[in-house]
Design a protein around this ligand. Sequence first.
Ligand code: SAM
Length: 274
Amino acid sequence: MKMIENWFSERYSDNLQLSFRIKDQLLSVRTDFQRIDVFDTYDFGKLLSIDGTVQLTERDEFVYHEMITHVPFYSSSIPVRSALIIGGGDGGAAGQLLSLGVERIDNVEIDNQVVEVSRRFFPDLAGSFSKPGVNLVIGDGVKFLRGKKAQYDLAIVDSTDPVGPAEGLFQEEFYRNLKEALRPGGIAVTQSGSPFYQPRALEMAYRGMRSVFRNVRVYTAFIPTYPSGFWSFTMGSDAEFSSPKGVRVGRYFNGDIMRGCFLLPQFVHEIIGD
Ligand code: SAM
């Protein structure tokens, strides 16, 4: 991460970076786990970055948060009343689940500073932590899952990329525990990175899900401020995924997206070997 003449840049490789011209840097703090920055950008509103990578912006967060929640919600063959979110310290995923009528949500975030910063700078998202039904737990999602049995209809891994504190969230032990924590017929979903810039993250997520679930599907979305703008999610279940007729339309999500997001370009099929 570099700031030159009021630009914030996320580096994707030695040869490429995405730069946002900023009005101001609103915060920079080093926590026990990572570095958190908040910028006020010209084009994308406020931007939250962790260790120099964009986590969300006010302008396009709806894409990621709708897609990580609505797609598994509507794919579920059982009613989704209870959910687990691992990561998601900004509150965006919890807010979307509440809007879908999910009654009980445990949100396990490792870094309480992400929650505090989000409460201060992204109150529309972090406000969900104060709503009835949402139980915020500050702790490591890997440890939290150990020994949990059949408690959730849906489990969402809304994490940072597989380095640092999130490394364990892409390992096989974690996927086994994730499955154990689900009720019969439940669904797990993880964000699985940019197929173009982070094919290994997608491969690891797909392999991890495949090692424990009978059915696994990858889907994608257009997220302007994430590397390459083309993002993947991987979901798994032992039940067949359902294809709903009617869905509640969001700002990105609709019935066409629900059907079309599973169509994958050939290079993505090749990454997951399927
Ligand atoms: N939308 C984002 C993205 O894909 O760029 C993810 C946003 S959310 C802020 C990611 C969160 O995962 C961070 O706040 C980070 O602290 C949290 N996290 C990382 N590893 C974790 C772990 N082992 N247990 C719980 N939370 C974790």
